[in-house]
Design a protein around this ligand. Structure first.
Ligand code: MG
Length: 307
């Protein structure tokens, strides 16, 4: 857990403690069956003159005083009244004349419960915001920052020249066509781009380094072998494939009808689910070698996560 997450957790539990404390104060106050009223100034003075006030606590602030206390009659009846600072001397004299017990406290430091009640709404609001953030995180709506260290991205690209008489293999699937990619292996551009994307995310080099086209053991093989070899690389890195998105660029033939078969084939070699692969097809609008049907190309992006 990061220090910022730890701080959020601590603040969250502090706000919960505040809620508990306020509820406890509420319950204990209602348990004593003490009723509280807020008389007007004149009503209060009349009560003082009638000798009905038992005790008073004065909470001092800069411009006004808050008086809290209890009546003699009716029993168990408390009061709360705010008066201007200027009215305090006369009222204090009247209270003293009636031998009312008076306590004086500073509102800011005199009573911790008052301070608590003043600050609690702000703390509660802050805690509630943190609670919402935690809920969002647990539902996967996480800020990118928290995922940065966990997910790695890799980019792959490949292009092969097309020649007559070669099998047209893309994504491990052979599609009937009059040309096919030229390569040391079967020249499967989609597999090669995916392989480079995964190796890039793993920081493990590229397809040319791991499976050099000068090595006779790879001559004429299905490129799916390269994908199968990636399992050990990922295992060593304690990584697993999260998602692969790829686009194949070819003027002809139509590739879309073969995507389901390609995904199933690629997923089997990568030991992932077909749903973890996205495939798209583009033409090059007749431009350059790909557009003239002389080549085929592919781009791929792969994400890896800690396994
Ligand atoms: Mg290649």
């Amino acid at each position: 857990m990061s220090s910022s997450s730890r701080a959020k957790t601590i603040l969250f539990w502090i706000s919960i403690a505040f809620v508990g404390l306020m509820l406890w104060k509420l319950v204990s106050a209602s348990g004593q069956s003490v009723r509280e009223e807020e008389p007007s100034y004149s009503e209060f003075v009349a009560r003082v003159d009638a000798g009905q006030v038992k005790e008073v606590t004065m909470y001092l602030s800069q411009n006004s005083y808050e008086l809290q206390g209890e009546y003699v009659t009716p029993a168990n009846r408390r009061f709360r009244i705010t008066i201007f600072k200027e009215a305090a001397p006369d009222l204090t004299k009247a209270l003293r004349d009636k031998a009312v017990k008076i306590s004086v406290r500073d509102l800011r430091t005199g009573d911790w419960t008052l301070t608590l009640i003043t600050v609690a709404p702000l703390v509660l609001l802050f805690g509630f915001c943190l609670f919402l953030m935690r809920q969002m995180q647990s539902r996967g709506v996480q800020p990118l920052k928290t995922r940065q260290g966990d997910v790695r991205f890799g980019l792959g690209y490949d292009l092969h020249r097309l020649d007559a008489g070669r099998p047209f293999v893309v994504g491990g699937v052979e599609i009937p066509f009059d040309k096919g990619p030229v390569g040391h292996s079967d020249g499967d551009v989609l597999v090669h781009a995916i392989c480079d994307a995964v190796l890039g995310a793993a920081g493990a080099g590229d397809i040319g380094t791991l499976f050099p086209d000068t090595d006779p053991q790879w001559k004429g093989v299905s490129s799916l072998i390269f994908l199968e070899q990636l399992g050990k690389v990922l295992q060593d890195q304690k990584q697993s494939i999260g998602y692969i998105d790829a686009v194949v660029i070819a003027e002809k033939p139509k590739l879309g009808p073969h995507f389901a078969a390609m995904k199933a084939t690629l997923a089997k070699s990568l030991k992932i689910k077909p749903e973890q692969i996205s495939l798209k097809a583009k033409t090059n609008e007749g431009v350059d070698a790909v557009g003239r049907g002389e080549a085929i190309a592919a781009h791929a992006i792969a994400t890896l996560a800690n396994s």
